[in-house]
Design a protein around this ligand. Structure first.
Ligand code: NAD
Length: 302
C-alpha cells in the first residue's frame, strides 16, 4: 500500500510504518507528487476535495489523532474512501492536562513563577492564595472518553464530587461511573468549583459558554477547555476574568490557532493558555502514529 505521511510523526511510529507499508514520508522529496497515494496519514494536513481529486488511487485516510475537521468527510464518503482516526490514543494525555491545568489555576502556579522572576519581598504573598481541589466539585461538560477519565482521576486523587452535563448520556451510565447526571447546564455551572469541557464542536456547542453562562458560575470557580476553541466566547471570557466574575480559566484550544501573542486573554493574570498541547506527549504520539498505521494494515487485510 503506497502510503503518504504528510505531517511529522514519532520516529518509532515512522519506523513501524516502514516495516508494514510502502511509505513516502514528509521529509522525502517525492512527497510533493502524491498522485500515486493509495493511503495517507495526516495530522493537520488538509484533505480537501481538491487534494483528494489528485489521488485517483486513494482508498484510506488515516487520521493521526481524533478530530477529523481537516478532512472533507462528505467528499471522502462519496468517493468511497475510508476515513479512520485513533480516538483512544490520546485520552489519558488530555485528561492529565486537564488535571494539570486545574492544579495550576487553583494554586496560581504560573502567576507564582512570574512573581518569583520579578522578585518578591516576602513568602506566601496574599495575592497568590489559591484553593484545594480536595472534596470540591467538578462539572464535566461531555462524558465521552476524556470527560470520563477526568472524572475518575479527580475522584480518585481528590475525592471530588463529579457532576455531568451530557444530554446523550443516561443517568444509569453516570451513576455506574460514580457520577451525578444533571439535565440542565445552568445548574451544573452554578454548583461546580471547576468546569471542564470535553465535547465536540457542533452547532449546539459553538458558543456554549458565553457571558450569561459565565455569570452563573461561582465567583471562585475555574473554567477549563481542552476540546475546541469556539465552544467558549473568548471576548466574554476575557471580560469575566478581568472583572472577577470567575476565579480563573485555562484553555488549550482557541477560536484561531495558533493563539496570537497579542490575544487579550494573555493580559489576564488569572488565565493560563497552552498551545493545543493536550495530546502532545511521547506516549500519545507513539500510540497515534502506530494506531494510524494499524488502521491501514487492518483495511488491507479486509
Ligand atoms: P467523545 O466523542 O468520546 O466524547 C464527547 C462527548 O460529548 C460525548 O459523550 C457526547 O455525548 C458529548 N456531547 C456531544 N454534544 C454535547 C452537548 N451539546 N452537550 C454536552 N455533551 C455533549 O470525545 P473525546 O475523545 O472525549 O474528546 C472530546 C473533545 O476533546 C473533542 O472535541 C476532541 O476533538 C477534543 N480533543 C482535544 C485534544 C487536545 O489536544 N486538546 C485532544 C483530543 C481530543
Amino acid at each position: 500500500m503506497i502510503t503518504f505521511i504528510f505531517d511529522p510523526i514519532d520516529p518509532s511510529a515512522l519506523q513501524y510504518a516502514k516495516e508494514k507499508l510502502d511509505v513516502v514520508a514528509w521529509t522525502d522529496k517525492e512527497i510533493e507528487n502524491y498522485s500515486t497515494a493509495e493511503a495517507v496519514i495526516v495530522r493537520t494536513f488538509k484533505m480537501t476535495q481538491e487534494v483528494i481529486d489528485q489521488m485517483p488511487n486513494l482508498k484510506i485516510i488515516a487520521k493521526h489523532g481524533v478530530g477529523v475537521d481537516n478532512i472533507d468527510l462528505d467528499y471522502a464518503k462519496r468517493k468511497g474512501i475510508r476515513v479512520t482516526n485513533t480516538p483512544q490514543a490520546n485520552m489519558h494525555s488530555v485528561a492529565e492536562l486537564v488535571i494539570g491545568l486545574a492544579l495550576n489555576c487553583s494554586r496560581k502556579i504560573n502567576l507564582s513563577q512570574k512573581m518569583v522572576e520579578k522578585g518578591i519581598s516576602k513568602n506566601s504573598p496574599v495575592e497568590l492564595a489559591g484553593f484545594e481541589l480536595q472534596e470540591k466539585t467538578i462539572g464535566l461538560i461531555g462524558l465521552g472518553r476524556i470527560g470520563t477519565l477526568v472524572g475518575h482521576k479527580l475522584k480518585a486523587a481528590f475525592s471530588m464530587n463529579v457532576l455531568v452535563y451530557d444530554p446523550y448520556t443516561s443517568e444509569l451510565q453516570c451513576s455506574e461511573e460514580g457520577f451525578i447526571k444533571y439535565d440542565c447546564l445552568e445548574d451544573i455551572l452554578k454548583e461546580s468549583d471547576i468546569v471542564s469541557i470535553s465535547v465536540p464542536l457542533t452547532k449546539a456547542t459553538e458558543n456554549l459558554i458565553s457571558a450569561r453562562e459565565l455569570s452563573l458560575m461561582k465567583k471562585n470557580a475555574i473554567l477549563i477547555n481542552t476540546a475546541r476553541g469556539k465552544i467558549i466566547n473568548e471576548t466574554d471570557l476575557y471580560h469575566a476574568l478581568q472583572n472577577g466574575v470567575i476565579f480563573g480559566a485555562a484553555l488549550d484550544v482557541f477560536a484561531e490557532e495558533p493563539i496570537s501573542k497579542n490575544h487579550p486573554l494573555l493580559t489576564c493574570d488569572n488565565f493560563i493558555g497552552t498551545p493545543h498541547n493536550g495530546a502532545n506527549t511521547v506516549d500519545a504520539l507513539i500510540r497515534m502514529g502506530t494506531g494510524a498505521v494499524d488502521e491501514i494494515v487492518r483495511f488491507l487485510k479486509q
